[in-house]
Design a protein around this ligand. Structure first.
Ligand SMILES: [Fe+2]
Length: 314
């Protein structure tokens, strides 16, 4: 992971190509460099951004966490004044809804409506993909948002805007939840981790990594990932697709992602199923792309005077 800061007068255009796996001939590349979550000491002190840092608790909660497919992903809007929301729901509604206020009590909240369409079927259950764009965001301001999930307003979450003329973003490569597949850990008695235990391990570390990044750089305005948010490709069969969705659950569960927009590209592990485009509500998709993937398209957005072009290189 590294960290970029853009000064006021620079004009940058960034081309972020989707991740290319290096040297892997198999579908699931075992990583040489990985962190074994089972050897981590429990973190005693909790801060607001350090949820779920106890490994024993994480393991106990994993079955619930991985099947919570209805977590919200914030993505950048087409420009600074907008914010996009994407989330799965079990219920179909005529209009997906988000409301925004400048207070936690959601007094005088403004409501925004979007689309709700049939999305991924997980374990025989039809999930719907909800997408809403909210706008009117001003620099250096604190907002609260609520999404409406299955007819109920969810807990209000904070969204703080930065300065479009002087901003920072965090760049992560291949979060790839589940890429510890085939590693052996301290607790596996010499056995290699399967997809499920690899996802449990990696999403635990992903949460901690993002927490540490934000602790060190609280000024970060959004996250950029050039692809491979998950490891399983989700194309073989229903079990494979469920494992991919479990990994998306682990990926999206990182606590800072409730408050931080993320601009994610389509990696070669994400490109073969529609789950990527069902989770992430990207602005300005290149619908005329000559080689679209089941995951969708590249897209672009601006932030201040910077233009970000996210290429689907698959
Ligand atoms: Fe990768």
């Amino acid at each position: 992971m590294f960290y970029l800061k853009k000064s006021k007068k620079q004009m940058i255009a960034l081309c972020l190509s989707a991740a290319l796996s290096v040297g892997s001939l198999t579908a699931y590349a075992a990583t040489e460099y990985w962190n074994d979550a089972s050897t981590k000491p429990a973190v005693e002190t909790k801060t607001p951004i350090s949820d779920n840092t106890n490994w024993e608790q994480w393991k106990a909660g994993w079955d619930n966490l991985k099947t919570n497919y209805e977590q919200v992903a914030l993505t950048p809007g087409a420009d600074f004044s907008k914010l996009n929301f994407g989330w799965y729901s079990k219920e179909k509604t005529d209009k997906a809804m988000v409301r925004i206020a400048d207070n936690k009590e959601m007094k005088n909240a403004k409501e925004f409506k979007g689309t709700c369409e049939a999305g991924t079927i997980i374990n025989g259950v039809q999930y719907y993909s909800n997408k809403v764009t909210a706008d009117g965001f001003k620099p250096n301001s604190t907002y609260y948002y609520q999404v409406n999930l299955n007819g109920k307003w969810q807990q209000a979450q904070e969204y703080k805007t930065g300065d479009p003329d002087n901003f920072s973003f965090m760049f992560v490569g291949d979060p790839q939840i589940g890429s510890s597949y085939k590693q052996k850990n301290d607790e596996s008695n010499g056995k290699k981790l399967g997809n499920d235990l690899a996802a449990r391990n990696d999403s635990y570390n992903w949460n901690i990594t993002l927490n540490k990044a934000i602790e060190q750089h609280p000024e970060i305005d959004f996250l950029v990932s050039p692809g491979d948010q998950v490891s399983v490709k989700g194309t073989e069969n229903a079990k494979d697709l469920k494992e991919q969705e479990d990994q998306y659950s682990g990926y999206l569960s990182a606590s800072v992602l409730r408050n931080l927009p993320q601009a994610v590209a389509i990696g070669n592990h994400d490109c073969s199923s529609a789950s990527y485009q069902n989770h992430f509500n990207n602005p300005n998709p290149f619908l005329e792309e000559s080689t679209p993937t089941p995951a969708g398209n590249g897209y672009f957005y601006s932030y201040g005077n910077a233009l970000f072009i996210v290429i689907n290189a698959n």
